[in-house]
Design a protein around this ligand. Structure first.
Ligand code: FEO
Length: 395
């Protein structure tokens, strides 16, 4: 492999996954994903920071062997126990039996639970340091990013911060590893998609973690997914800070389900009214076809949202209910939301959509266009009014 040095004492040791169809069995990976690992070497000892998933273990161990050049690593630091990073641990441990595994109390409990490993471990607490000689690793506990055991590791003398999933993104690496060596335009949209799918529920913990590291000098942010951030480290940190607060750009997502085109027509009509009113950033998604991760990412990016559903078996149409449930599970806030719908004999979808968003920290706007059976002309002024209210609320 190519040896990708981050600094004199930090080397990239990750693998690319271009074959897994869905991350966590849920989220499509059109550009793949990387599982980033790093080797840090001090004058007295060396450490691997994070691992890889089970299916890429052989490739990961091969990269490691190239980097280690016959030397034996002393420590494995685990910033995050999710199996996309920890799956290689049993193989690592059998290859290097004296490898000491470093984690906090929650990490070590999971290490035992997932892999039955409970010896040769080093428990660290907030602010502890690991002495590698002329290089020291400092541990910063950052729980719920996005699991309870997650932590950051700071290579003190190198000004390198290892953040686990935080500040990461989907998208395998395409040759280069550090942002300044590549065109990163692929990765910022993939950061929206990654954050909205994986991290969005835990925005308050992103903010707590950022507060903890505010005083650190950081030249490189080494995440477990996506590029190593150097020149664009402030951009990715700003993006995460915005997403943590659910700050949105001026624009609207129109997300609809439609069986026979009635609600699709409402979506198109609302889109046209918004465009006529000068809204330029509009994304219309048919939820029977659009990958939910892309819809979630657009909703994370834009401040306005219209959700449109037929009534189906007396309920919200299933793909629309799935999206609304996913948004509530992620603690959607700071959004301007309109709803609309259709029914053939018993109007339920609009009522039930409203009930889902009422009482949440969002602005639910009126009126809600609702059509019985076929399109009627009297719905047009209601659609006009919804669009006007939405534009006014976006400011
Ligand atoms: Fe990349 Fe939460 O594991």
């Amino acid at each position: 492999m190519n040896i990708n040095r981050i600094t004199d004492r930090v080397t990239y040791c990750g693998v690319n996954d271009r074959t897994t169809g869905r991350f966590e069995g849920l989220w499509e990976l059109p550009y793949g994903v990387s599982y980033n690992s790093y080797v840090v070497r001090g004058s007295k000892a060396s450490a691997i920071i994070d691992g890889s998933d089970l299916h890429h273990t052989a490739e990961f161990i091969g990269h490691l062997a190239d980097i280690l050049e016959g030397t034996t690593p002393d420590y494995l630091v685990i910033n995050h126990m999710e199996p996309d990073h920890s799956g290689a641990i049993p193989t690592l441990k059998s290859r290097f039996p004296d490898l000491k595994i470093v984690g906090n109390a929650k990490t070590l409990d999971m290490l035992n639970g997932f892999y039955g490993i409970n010896t040769g471990t080093v428990e660290v607490k907030e602010g502890d340091t690991l002495d590698l000689g002329d290089l020291h690793l400092k541990f910063i506990l950052t729980p719920m990013l996005h699991w309870p055991e997650t932590m950051f590791t700071y290579a003190v003398e190198e000004h390198v911060l290892f953040t686990g999933d935080a500040l990461g993104c989907f998208g395998a690496l395409n040759g280069a590893v550090i942002d300044r060596q590549m065109d990163t335009s692929l990765y910022f949209p993939e950061a929206y998609r990654y954050y909205s799918c994986i991290v969005a529920k835990y925005g308050q913990f992103v903010e707590k973690a950022f507060a903890k590291i505010a005083g650190l000098t950081v030249d490189y942010i080494c995440t477990t997914h996506g590029p190593v951030w150097n020149e664009q480290r402030e951009q990715i940190a700003r993006l995460y800070a915005r997403m943590a607060k659910w700050e949105g750009d001026r624009g609207v997502v129109i997300a609809y389900g439609s069986m026979y085109g009635t609600t699709a027509a409402i979506a198109e009509e609302i889109g046209s009214r918004l465009a006529e009113a000068g809204i330029k950033d509009i994304r219309i998604h048919d939820l029977s076809h659009a990958p939910q991760s892309r819809v979630l990412a657009d909703i994370m990016r834009l401040k306005g949202l219209v959700v449109i559903s037929p009534t189906y078996n007396g309920e919200i149409f299933p793909p629309v209910a799935s999206l609304a449930t996913a948004l509530l599970a992620r603690g959607i806030k700071n959004r301007v939301i309109g709803v609309a719908g259709s029914y053939s004999w018993g109007a339920q979808s609009v009522k039930k959509l409203k009930a889902m968003f009422e009482g949440k920290p969002v602005t639910l706007i009126a009126p809600a266009p609702e059509m019985k059976q076929a399109r009627k002309e009297e719905v047009s002024p209601v659609i006009d009014s919804l669009a006007a209210e939405l534009v006014a609320a976006l400011g």
